[in-house]
Ligand binder design. Structure first.
Ligand code: HEC
Length: 202
């Protein structure tokens, strides 16, 4: 019996050592294009699903109507489209370069099969170790419900809402960053960088 217990303890120790060795010697997946680790997706999703089931609100404090969808579309266009894509628009190269990839929320069924409370939880808290940010310090509670209700009903939105989800027009609302060297107000001592300039050989 004593030998058996010692064997088990040594076995557990060697197994833990093997895992540490795997990670510290650069063998584990770490870059976007690496293969997922064994069970990575399953374990991550099991943890997320359990947490959401425990925490998500079951009732929605605002009405799911056209006004909510329109306001939600404005939030989506400004804060989410860059990663999750806009209706009938190819996802951005940045979105395609991520791991895990942000799902296109206006393609296929998106998250229309999830309760709005589940999407709200993800928007409020973000999803750890993915590119999904938490928005509780960026949006107010009503805005987070509006965008969640929009996504829960993404398959039945009106033309007015679709219009609000169009890509932002140059100079219009939702254009986040002006191109480098154009309308950025100059700061004393700062030399504008021209991204297309070729290096000059002296
Ligand atoms: C910087 C990129 C980025 C931004 C901006 C972003 N997300 Fe995400 N989001 C992600 C990624 C990556 C995932 C995938 C996480 C995963 O695989 O578990 C995700 C997942 C989600 C999911 C879960 C999808 C599913 O199939 O279960 C929802 C819902 C969501 N995001 C909503 C939003 C909303 C709403 C906004 C804007 C308020 C937003 N996201 C902004 C990157 C982003």
């Amino acid at each position: 019996m004593k030998v058996f217990v010692t064997g088990v303890i040594i076995g557990i120790f060697l197994f833990a050592l093997g895992i540490v060795f795997y990670f510290v010697t650069g063998r584990a997946s770490a870059s976007v294009e690496d293969k997922p680790l064994p069970f990575e997706r399953t374990l991550a999703h099991a943890a997320l699903d359990a947490r959401i089931k425990k925490d998500m609100p079951t009732s929605v404090p605002i009405a799911a109507d056209e006004n909510a969808y329109l306001a939600g579309a404005k939030v989506y266009q400004e804060h989410c489209g860059i990663c999750h894509g806009l209706p009938n628009v190819e996802q951005t190269p940045m979105a395609k370069a991520m791991f895990p990839k942000p799902p296109a929320l206006f393609k296929g069924k998106g998250v229309t099969d999830d309760p709005a409370g589940e999407t709200y939880w993800k928007v409020v808290n973000g999803i750890r170790l993915t590119g999904m940010p938490e928005f509780k310090h960026i949006l107010n509670d009503t805005q987070m419900w509006q965008v969640s209700l929009l996504l829960a009903n993404a398959d039945k939105i009106s033309d007015a809402v679709k219009q609000q989800l169009k890509p932002p027009t140059p100079g219009g609302p939702g254009v986040p960053v002006p191109p480098i060297g154009m309308s950025v107000p100059g700061k004393p001592g700062r030399v504008p960088i021209n991204p297309h300039a070729s290096p000059t050989v002296q």
